[in-house]
Design a protein around this ligand. Structure first.
Ligand code: PEP
Ligand code: MG
Length: 556
């Protein structure tokens, strides 16, 4: 394998550590026949693996305590069910490998559970997890799900779904590397939220051997495999130098001639607030509330739970601005109780505001919870809807906010090209726009944001995307309303200057990027940003657009 691999750097910083793989979700062992004399050995391997997995689940339960302990102990008991073990042994006796016998025996048991009433059917996912663990052990592949490790590691995955990442222990994850995913995928967003370096769309990532040491540079996108001690020292030195430059710039976001551009944080919940405050975020520009709903995909969290969580975020920014996005479910963030299962193309289907308009009770509950959470607080609450296509969508959302009696500005995200093209019409209904450049790029270029192979088109420097940003910002300017950016484009320091030059009024990003953006913005005047924006738009490719802006801003 090459010593240096290249992907797309999506979250700044450097991480050096051992590789741990995110295990595959479902392992289907091949249906091979074994010789009769091998059966006793396979039966013994099966018994040993079942025992080892049960012991591991019990040990993890002891560590976790509380409710988690009860769940893990119940899983350990499932693994040791004598009926199940007898079935595995019978299957091996007639020629199955141990792995295949476990797989098939669990499938039979699973079918029984699934048809045995609601409570037992609910245990099917636990049973699948036990099966995957035993099969993974028998096949000598990494355990499914988040790695079991008590030492910090660099997480390698094909891609990371929000549901996987909810289980990550941030104190153990030094950085992320994914084989798939573009700069706007949720792996990238999560890495920025955690403030750890990340590289996505790295061909060959999944082939890195477990335990290999890698040095990940989240700014350049390079991953150095098995670096020497000198290389590791040089990496760390570089990172420290970059960090000390950043720590020297503080205060609100502004160009060098004082044009203010508030720098806000993207958060997924109260857990992200401390990092935002530490870097001096002037508020929250995007609170992705769906992370609260992903814990249990069968129903919405109770109104009380929502109020508590929203209030924790709102209280953290007294006198500040907090923009809450209502639930954005569907596509890569499906929820069982909202998302249709049979859509051929979920990213173009019923997601975002569309799901909420189909389930107005969920939207009303959320807006009411927000109204209660903000009661008596001096915060400037703003609420916005995802995936708004036109004025009718904007009106439906603004109406819902009024019905809930919400004392907050209502706005919409511009993520669909039609909303940018007709921004003035949309603004007849709402108070502000926020450009979701991740989805806006996805829909402008017909390039799925989860597919690494099309990440070229997900590049927010694409001039066509900049044209749409300009249209929306001009429309907002003409209406005397604000137009921020909360997509990942805002986290690129150079692009942040271009967006400012296009007329964008605030920038919201993962907290870790704020110091980089603040430092770069503070080096340039508004007029320079405007010239850089014009040069970027005049280019014909993302690469030329970036080079043109760079040339203007570096005074070449
Ligand atoms: C976006 O699409 O740019 C955005 C901010 O929303 P999300 O990334 O959560 O889809
Ligand atoms: Mg979006």
């Amino acid at each position: 394998m090459d010593k240096t691999l290249r992907g797309v750097g999506v979250s700044h910083g450097v991480a050096i550590g051992e590789v741990r793989h995110m295990g595959t979700a479902v392992l289907e062992p091949p249906a091979k026949q074994i010789a009769e004399e091998d059966a006793p050995r396979e039966q013994q391997r099966a018994r040993q693996s079942v025992e080892a997995v049960a012991n591991d689940l019990m040990a993890r339960g002891n560590l976790a305590g509380g409710e988690a302990q009860a769940v893990l102990e119940a899983q350990a008991l499932m693994a040791q069910d004598p009926e199940l073990i007898a079935d595995v042994e019978r299957r091996i006796a007639v020629g199955s490998t141990a792995a295949r016998a476990v797989y098939d025996a669990f499938a039979a048991y699973r079918a029984l559970l699934a048809g045995a009433g609601e409570y037992l059917a609910g245990r099917v996912a636990d049973l699948d997890d036990v099966r995957n663990r035993i099969v993974a052990r028998l096949m000598g592949v990494p355990m499914p799900g988040v790695p079991d490790s008590d030492r910090p590691y660099v997480l390698i995955a094909r891609d990371l779904a929000p549901a996987d990442t909810a289980l990550l222990d941030p104190s153990l994850v030094l950085g992320f590397v994914t084989e798939e995913g573009g700069p706007t995928s949720h792996s990238a967003i999560l890495a920025r939220a955690l403030g750890v370096p990340a590289v996505v769309a790295l061909p060959g990532a999944c082939e890195l051997a477990e335990g290999t040491v890698v040095a990940v540079d989240g700014s350049t996108g390079s991953v150095n495999v098995s670096p020497s001690e000198e290389e590791q020292a040089a990496f760390t030195r570089d990172a420290e130098e970059r960090k000390s430059v950043l720590d020297s710039t503080k205060g609100p976001g502004a160009t060098s001639d004082g044009h203010k551009v508030p720098l806000l944080a993207n958060v997924g919940g109260p857990g992200d607030v401390a990092a935002a405050i530490e870097v001096g975020a002037e508020g929250v520009g995007l609170f992705r509330t769906e992370f609260l709903f992903l814990d249990d995909s069968t129903k919405a969290p109770s109104q009380e739970k929502q109020v508590t969580i929203y209030r924790q975020v709102l209280e953290a920014f007294p006198e500040g601005r907090v923009v809450v996005r209502v639930l954005d479910a569907g596509a890569d963030k499906p929820l069982d109780f909202l998302t249709p299962v049979d859509e051929p193309n979920p990213a173009l289907g019923v997601r975002g505001l569309r799901s909420l308009l189909d389930h107005p009770e969920v939207l009303q509950e959320q807006l009411t919870a927000l109204a209660k959470a903000a009661e008596g607080l001096p915060v400037y609450l703003e609420v916005m809807a995802p995936m708004v296509a036109d004025r009718a969508d904007a009106k439906a959302f603004a109406d819902a906010c009024r019905t809930a009696g919400l004392q907050a500005k209502a706005g919409v995200m511009v993520e669909i090209p039609s909303a940018a093209l007709r921004a003035r019409s949309v603004l007849q209904e709402v108070e502000f726009l926020s450009l979701g450049t991740n989805d806006l790029a996805q829909y402008t270029f017909a390039a799925d944001r989860q597919v690494g192979a099309v990440s070229r088109l997900q590049d927010p420097w694409q001039p066509a995307l900049l044209d749409l940003v300009a249209l929306a910002a001009e429309a907002a300017g003409a209406e005397g309303k604000s137009c921020g950016v909360c997509g990942e484009a805002a986290a690129d320091p150079l692009l942040a200057c271009v967006l400012t030059g296009l007329g964008v009024t605030s920038l919201s990003m993962g907290a870790a990027s704020i110091p980089y953006v603040r430092a770069t913005l503070a080096k340039h005047t508004l007029a320079q940003c405007e010239r850089a924006a014009a040069a970027a738009r005049a280019a014909d490719s993302a690469q030329d657009s970036r080079l043109a802006a760079q040339a203007v801003l570096s005074g070449e």
